[in-house]
Design a protein around this ligand. Structure first.
Ligand code: NAP
Length: 198
């Protein structure tokens, strides 16, 4: 399969690329690096990316920005970032990108378990995650030519290590990648909790 992976240079994206590259052709997209560059927050930019890549068999997004901050400190700009980038940026991959996906192909987006298991500081991220999961659940009723799914990662071990946290409860990026591989060939309108697909 020819797979466009947005966020391919990131912690989860790199692991997804490593997992899938043996069997599939991966087009790596990133913000500042990659085979193609894209800014998820800019729909014209997303259109240009698809004009460059042409037809693909699957789109996977392991990108999406949102701020982690206490509720009282979240600014308008924090909510706008979550809405424009993590939420609408990924939704636009379906709205703009689905016509570039071959019959029977798939689009897999990324939310996070904070949608259902929030912690203090996660309000704007949880907002985007929950909306993304609901959007895919509903959109899948009408988009039946290709499969639409969301992967909800839990805290990734490597991310916890980067943040100087105890990573013993984390899930490795490699294990996280398994859920993306699972979403490639089956499922529709679902949110795949990474912990169920290790
Ligand atoms: N890591 C975790 O513990 C965890 C847990 C739950 C959910 N998630 C979610 O999983 C996703 C990936 O997380 P991660 O930890 O792998 O992130 P990451 O390491 O920060 O990587 C982010 C990726 O997205 C790209 N990117 C950044 N800004 C972009 C933009 N405006 N447009 C397009 N691409 C952009 C980056 O490209 P450049 O490198 O070129 O900037 C990079 O490839 C995020 O949505 C995150 O919320 C992560």
């Amino acid at each position: 399969m020819k797979i466009l992976l947005i966020g391919a240079t990131g912690t989860i994206g790199k692991a997804v690329a490593d997992k899938l590259a043996a069997e599939h052709q991966i087009i790596r997209a990133g913000y500042s690096d990659g085979d193609v560059r894209v800014d998820l927050g800019n729909s014209d930019n997303i259109r240009s990316m698809f004009k460059t890549t042409g037809k693909v068999d699957a789109i996977i997004s392991t990108a999406g920005l949102a701020s982690f901050a206490p509720l009282q400190q979240l600014q308008d700009s924090d909510y706008q970032l979550a809405l424009n980038n993590k939420l609408m940026g990924q939704i636009n991959l379906i709205r703009i990108g689905s016509e570039y996906v071959s019959d029977g192909g798939s689009v897999t987006l990324t939310s996070g378990v904070l949608s259902k298991e929030p912690i203090p500081g996660s309000a704007s991220i949880a907002m985007a995650n929950g909306a993304l999961e609901s959007f895919v659940l509903a959109a899948a009723l009408e988009e039946t030519r290709i499969n639409l799914n969301v992967v909800a990662p839990a805290f990734v071990k490597e991310t916890m290590e980067m943040m100087g946290m105890d990573s013993s409860t984390g899930i490795s990026a490699a294990d996280t990648a398994s859920a993306y591989a699972e979403a490639l060939n089956s499922h529709h309108g679902e949110t795949l909790d990474v912990r169920d697909h290790i």
